[in-house]
Design a protein around this ligand. Structure first.
Ligand code: ATP
Ligand code: MG
Length: 582
């Protein structure tokens, strides 16, 4: 490719609406252009990168025994009603109607469609196991589309679905996919960590995510991990051994005491001269319009995904101060948020109030709790005495760094990660309600035991930029770079420089290297800037040194430069590219 012909427009500045590195770089270097919120044009350079990621994914999925197919992007409501997800999938599901007023949606994922395909053709145990996958655009009307390709509304995903006759079969395929994923990300030049995670809206019990560990702002997940053993988990799923704290209060009798102006846990601790671990905090949430109280020990925080799972909800938000006052009022209390407690709160907005407690409250004795009276708290309270033990008690706690590993007891560390892929054991979550069954050895019908496995193709490409860049631009891993090398004649008017540059370019092409010849009549500084910004892994510059028989060779990843012969330069690049294929 000649640079003069390459369809790329680099920008002098980073786009003003971009917050994270990959978004800034990909726009400035001419890879993507925004069409509308969360929707991007993939320009030629980007499309080359995406196709390379796809090829790696395809090769490893095929090697792992999966078969590729392609399902439609538009999906009928009926199948989503069969699975029960039409009602429960939130606003991320882009719903639409056709001219006959039939309801449809844009595919955010394809469990319903693949299950219907299997139901249609997978009739006997003899046909299993099977793993089917596709690479396709998905649409999710994300609440906060941001970070460019990392969280788009339209994005490219590889989604695979396995069908087995038993849990053991599913576990075997799950492990097979875990290994394929490890290879895929390694080939893409990415270091990933496989971490335990929550199964979210897709459902199922066991799931893991593949995280690119990053210290940039782009990591939307907190990952807790242990250096002493291999425990690692997304914060939405992480557990820890609870550090010991004072959980038995010194209050000798249960009573309501004055606690003026104690709106926060800190103020209350200071006033009563107690540690926060003796207080039960009552947090008010609105989950799918319904009021939920979460009780937790005062020194700990609630993990919202865990709370959602505890009540089987989808959308969660913390209640406003106004809502809390109103809730207290309709239940007969004249109080304020800082003094709320679960006693006597029955209903709000036409819904009964659900109370969920974290396990940490169970061991508390003679504790302190809000009693729905301004400037007062209950002290020396106990469960099954002054107050009932809530019906739902489960793990709601957000783990903190330094707490001890649930497996080996060493302190946990935390880092941020970008989720590039995940694997789920679905079991019969879709096959059972959709009556997707096969005949087993005894001629009995059984629902398939399913797994599903996703990789964000476009997110993986963007994550590669988050992991490989410097102030001057992108440093693509060779395997997914749009081109492997750029050859730059310093002066296009210099016949000898031009001739050597063209020779190197042709040699590279002949040996399967994807090379660009920067034949533009531009100042060398401009060409170097573009080369760094675009992120070609290798740069061969032909300048005055050619009279001594040398060119300047630059490795983008390390920024190392050397003066070597044109043959040596070509040889290094050819060998590196050949090794990629090998
Ligand atoms: P997230 O928690 O980041 O929203 P998810 O759990 O919704 O991800 P899945 O539904 O399992 O993700 O989708 C599989 C893969 O698709 C993810 O691992 C991720 O790489 C990618 N992906 C999901 N949502 C987006 C998005 N909005 N933009 C780009 N890629 C995405
Ligand atoms: Mg999501």
């Amino acid at each position: 490719m000649k640079m003069s012909k390459l369809f790329v427009q680099t920008l002098r500045e980073f786009p003003s609406d971009a917050e994270v590195i990959s978004h800034k770089m990909l726009v400035r270097a001419g890879y993507i252009r925004k069409l509308t919120s969360g929707v991007y044009n993939y320009l030629p350079l980007m499309w080359r990168v995406l196709r390379k990621v796809e090829t790696i994914v395809r090769e490893e999925m095929d090697k792992a025994g999966a078969q590729e197919l392609l399902m439609p992007f538009v999906q009928p409501k009926e199948l989503w009603e069969e699975s029960g997800r039409w009602e429960v999938y939130g606003k991320e599901l882009m719903r639409l109607r056709d001219r006959h007023n039939r309801e449809m949606c844009l595919g955010p994922t394809h469990e319903e469609i693949i299950t219907a395909i299997a139901r249609d053709g997978l009739k006997s145990y003899k046909q299993m196991p099977v793993n089917l996958y596709q690479i396709q655009s998905k649409f999710r009307d994300e609440v906060r589309p941001r970070f460019g390709l990392l969280r788009g509304r339209e994005f490219i995903m590889k989604d695979a679905y396995s069908f087995d006759t038993s849990q053991e079969g599913l576990e075997k395929e799950y492990e097979n996919m875990a290994q394929a994923y490890t290879k895929i990300f390694k080939r893409c030049g990415l270091n990933t960590k496989m971490v335990q995670s929550d199964s979210g809206a897709i459902g199922g019990s066991v799931s893991h995510e593949f995280m690119v560990i990053t210290d940039t702002d782009a990591g939307e997940n907190d990952v807790f991990y242990c250096d002493s053993c291999d425990y690692s988990a997304n914060s939405n799923h992480a557990v820890s051994k609870l550090p010991t704290a004072k959980t038995v209060g010194d209050f000798t009798k249960a009573e309501i005491v004055d606690t003026p102006n104690t709106h926060t846990i800190e103020e209350l601790c200071k006033f009563l001269n107690i540690p926060p671990s003796l207080i039960i905090k009552t947090l008010v949430y609105i989950i799918d319009k319904k009021p939920v109280l979460a009780l937790i020990r005062g020194d700990k925080q609630v993990e919202e995904t865990k709370l959602l799972n505890a009540v089987g909800g989808i959308e969660i938000r913390i209640a406003t101060a106004g809502e809390i006052v109103e809730m207290l009022e309709v239940n007969g209390f004249n109080a304020e948020p800082g003094f709320i407690g679960p006693m006597g709160l029955k209903e709000y907005n036409g819904y009964p109030i659900t109370i969920v407690a974290d396990e940490t409250i169970k061991e508390l004795k003679n504790f302190v709790i809000g009693v729905n009276q301004i400037d007062k708290h209950g002290v020396g309270y106990n469960f099954n005495s002054e107050i009932e033990l809530p019906e739902i008690i489960t793990d709601l706690r957000l783990v903190e760094a330094g707490e001890l590993c649930p497996t080996c007891g060493q302190p946990l560390k935390v880092t941020r990660g970008i989720e590039v892929g995940n694997i789920f054991q679905l079991g019969t979550k879709y096959s059972a309600p959709m009556n997707a069954v096969y005949l087993d050895q005894n001629g009995k019908t059984q629902p398939y035991v399913m797994g599903c496995y996703g990789i964000g193709i476009s997110r993986t490409a963007a994550a590669a930029v988050e992991a490989h860049y410097d102030d001057n631009g992108i440093k693509w891993p060779l395997a997914i770079a749009p081109y492997h090398a750029v050859v730059i004649p310093v002066s296009t008017k210099d016949e000898e420089q031009m001739k050597v540059a063209e020779d190197i370019y042709k040699t590279l092409l002949k040996h399967g290297v994807e090379a660009v010849l920067d034949d533009r009549d531009e100042r060398p500084g401009v060409k170097f800037k573009d080369a760094d910004l675009i992120g070609f892994p290798y740069r061969i510059t032909v300048g005055k040194g050619i009279s001594d028989g040398v060119v300047e060779f630059k490795v983008r990843e390390t920024c190392e430069m050397s003066n070597i012969t044109p043959e040596q330069a070509a040889e290094i690049v050819i060998t590196a590219v050949t090794n990629l294929k090998g």
